[in-house]
Design a protein around this ligand. Structure first.
Ligand SMILES: NC(=O)c1ccc[n+]([C@@H]2O[C@H](COP(=O)([O-])OP(=O)(O)OC[C@H]3O[C@@H](n4cnc5c(N)ncnc54)[C@H](OP(=O)(O)O)[C@@H]3O)[C@@H](O)[C@H]2O)c1
Length: 260
């Protein structure tokens, strides 16, 4: 039995994608618009969001709501606009996130604050903006895009990793609170995806996917009603298994694979 309701048809479904101007979010917007969903897209770059429009401006099922996800008031205003336009939403995906590599010999406190604000604190701002509406509806769902970097400690991810680990934990807690209320919760953990976020990585990224393939995998998991959606399985399953090793072996293996 699936952990969330299955979705057979996106026609007319109301989806809010937060972090949809580039990468996985933009690919997901294009995919769902193509499948007939009504899609509200948010991020800071208005022009990139507007470029997702596939028909005459204003005539398609796209709602462009530029915002900074760390701005609570902006999230509340966007939520209000979606509810006014569509009467509610069926799915909210928090995709926005950022990555700065950081190691112990160079802790950059402003970068620490910014990453925690964007990757973690903003999740609570989004929850505050959307969960009351979802509970009122008694139907719909929310997904948080975390990362395989949240499964276990990794070199160079001294802040990114902990923020994503927190999101993984957060989705688990949310499932306890929302599943029995009829709401779907999705924990989404991509492996490596070729997007602006990974463009500065100076190492070989195993299992690197295109944003389009990542969007397909994510949407496929949601359609099947999965809770834990991770891809590509060849890479992510290995990391999940590695996490079960005794620490001595885990550290040895990650060091051997990354050379770090
Ligand atoms: N790429 C990977 O290998 C990978 C692996 C695991 C997990 N992930 C996660 O997947 C998610 C999407 O990443 P991506 O790879 O698709 O990277 P991306 O192309 O850089 O996309 C990040 C998105 O977040 C938005 N964003 C960033 N800061 C924001 C802010 N303050 N307010 C609103 N929106 C903001 C960006 O839009 P604006 O700049 O227009 O605001 C953009 O739409 C992230 O959470 C990332 O951690 C990615």
């Amino acid at each position: 039995m699936s952990m969330n309701p299955r979705i057979d048809n996106w026609q007319g479904r109301r989806v809010w994608l937060i972090g949809a101007s580039t990468g996985i979010g933009a690919a997901t917007a294009r995919l769902l618009i193509g499948r007939g969903a009504r899609v509200a897209v948010s991020a800071r770059k208005r022009e990139a969001l507007e470029a997702l429009e596939t028909k005459e401006p204003g005539s398609s099922q796209l709602l462009v709501l530029p915002l900074d996800v760390t701005d609570h008031a902006a999230l509340l205003a966007a939520r209000t606009r979606i509810v006014a336009a569509w009467g509610g939403f069926d799915l909210v995906l928090l995709i926005a996130g950022g990555y700065n590599e950081m190691r112990a010999d160079a802790i950059d406190l402003p970068a620490v604050d910014a990453m925690i604000d964007l990757n973690l604190r903003a999740a609570y701002l989004c929850l505050d903006a959307v969960v009351p509406q979802l509970l009122k509806q008694g139907t719909g769902g929310i997904g948080l895009v975390a990362s395989v970097a949240g499964y276990g400690g990794l070199p160079k991810a001294l802040v990114y990793g902990p923020t994503k680990a927190a999101l993984i934990n957060l989705t688990e807690g949310l499932y306890f609170d929302l599943h029995d209320k009829g709401l779907a919760v999705y924990q989404i953990n991509p492996g490596f995806v070729d997007t602006p976020l990974t463009k500065n990585n100076d190492f070989k990224m195993p299992g690197l996917m295109t944003p389009e393939a990542a969007a397909l995998a994510m949407v496929g998991g949601i359609e099947r009603g999965e809770f834990h959606i991770h891809f590509p399985k060849s890479f992510t399953s290995g990391l999940r298994l590695a996490r079960l090793l005794p620490y001595r072996l885990y550290f040895w293996l990650i060091h051997k694979v990354t050379g770090l």
